[in-house]
Design a protein around this ligand. Structure first.
Ligand SMILES: [Zn+2]
Length: 455
């Protein structure tokens, strides 16, 4: 995770808070009961392939239903409880978006099944663009959570209760397909991995279901989003692909509730929702105007389609359908794709080096850089500069010596800079291109006397 992420997340939270307030205000204004239970927003998908719904659920146990979350500690004895595995580790956590996958409802003898499920789910998510091309900016860790019983509560029916490590359960808030979990327990397991930017809980079940928690950083957790999903139901993979897009891409939901009527507010910060129709969007040069008229991976043409951010009228989305509207399609639209790529680069760094940048080095000191391995849509380019002048013959080199780059032995100090730019055609906004550009530089000292050691 990069430090610049904080600003992006706070924008996301403000947005979530705005939407959350708009959604929840009528329901909670009439509730006279003071509640001591912290509640948090979740999104769920009642039908496989359908549109989402939002509600609020408790952060930990749901006392009203008598469903006891996380009743027992992990079984004693030699188990793998708490053990961290590397599903896909591509670089240092400081330079990567770190995803942590934790299993629930897997006994000590079923941890292999959890690892298989984690690999299968991650493969399904990264089968979708732009996750696919940008996997090299992500680390994926697994954490074993050993449950006393196999399976989770609410499967197959509401009356079934299971004693599991994370207390995950169907029928959360009386909604069959909504899988909630004890977020404190989830956090304690996730904390065993080196870093958690996003957490996925895989609940051991063949039944369709899942959820996406958001706004958790505001509740004091070190990560903002948790996605839950059932392990052995192929359609549940899409829930995580959608939820991660809220956290990483700051994308809004493109579906609407009939009862919400017409949006009468101003323009929202949502990247993929706008009060402007195509003509005005183009005239104002705002939102996804650069993509208008393009054929889209979702099958249609990018335009302005009425209904988005929960309102059926008065607010528009970029395409007729997309993964942000319903889970019956596994593509983001072009504006969504660009927003996701922007998010990956906000949270990860494609370029690292040895020695570290910003230090003073000798002209004979070798500089090694490594670029994240990106494929498909990505088009990373590596260029070297001496005193601001590009050294064309060094294009793409990952190991250079300043002297060989042409830094002269003239008794003066010079600057060597390396730039990684992603020229992907999936980015059109210059601000996103700048986000997808990483620069490192070194001061090359003139004399043979060694300066302070670079960090
Ligand atoms: Zn959503």
């Amino acid at each position: 995770m990069r430090t610049s992420r904080a600003a992006a997340i706070s924008v996301g939270l403000t947005l979530t808070a705005l939407l959350g307030a708009a959604v929840a205000a009528p329901a909670f204004a009439v509730d006279p009961e003071p509640t001591h239970e912290q509640r948090v927003g979740v999104e769920y998908f009642p039908q496989p392939g359908g549109e989402g719904r939002r509600t609020e659920v408790p952060l930990t146990t749901e006392a009203a239903t008598g469903r006891a979350a996380a009743r027992s500690a992990a079984p004693a004895g030699a188990t793998t409880d708490g053990q961290v595995g590397k599903l896909s580790v591509t670089g240092p956590s400081a330079d990567r978006l770190d995803v942590v996958i934790v299993g629930d409802g897997y006994t000590a003898g079923q941890q292999d099944a959890f690892h298989t499920a984690a690999a299968t789910k991650w493969a399904a998510i990264t089968g979708i663009e732009p996750y696919s091309s940008y996997q090299g900016l992500m680390n994926v860790w697994t954490v074993d959570a050993v449950s006393a019983e196999s399976g989770i509560s609410g499967d197959p029916s509401a009356d079934v209760t299971k004693d599991t490590a994370l207390g995950s359960y169907f029928w959360c808030s009386d909604t069959e397909r909504l899988i909630c979990a004890d977020i404190d327990k989830v956090a304690s397991y996730a904390a065993k991995a080196p870093e958690a930017d996003l957490v996925i809980v895989i609940s051991h079940s063949t039944k369709y279901g899942g959820a996406g928690y958001s706004g958790l950083e505001a509740e004091g957790y070190p990560f903002d989003g948790v996605s839950t999903l059932s392990s052995d139901n192929a359609q549940s993979s899409m829930i995580a692909a959608h939820e991660i897009a809220h956290s990483v891409g700051l994308l809004a939901d493109e579906y609407a509730y009939d009862s919400y009527g017409t949006w009468s507010g101003g323009e929202l910060p949502d990247i993929n929702s706008s009060i402007f129709t195509a003509e005005r969007m183009a005239a104002n040069r705002t939102k996804w105007y650069r993509w208008l008229g393009e054929s889209d991976p979702t099958g249609g043409t990018v335009g302005t389609y009425e209904g988005s951010s929960y309102y059926p009228f008065g607010i528009y989305r970029p395409t007729a359908n997309s993964l942000m509207r319903a889970l019956n399609i596994s593509d983001f639209n072009l504006p969504g794709r660009e927003a996701m790529i922007a998010g990956f680069y906000r949270e990860a760094n494609a370029l690292s080096s040895k020695p570290g940048a910003s230090g003073a080095i000798l002209r004979t000191r070798r500089i090694e850089v490594s670029q994240a391995e990106l494929t498909g849509l990505a088009a990373p380019e590596l260029s070297w500069y001496v005193d601001g002048v590009r050294v064309r013959r060094a294009q793409g080199l990952t190991s250079v010596v300043p002297a060989a780059l042409g830094v002269p032995a003239d008794g003066r100090t010079h600057t060597v800079r390396v730039e990684s730019v992603d020229r992907t055609e999936s980015v059109r906004d210059p601000r996103v291109r700048a986000e997808a550009t990483e620069k490192l530089s070194w001061t090359v000292k003139a004399s043979g006397r060694k300066g302070p050691e670079p960090r």
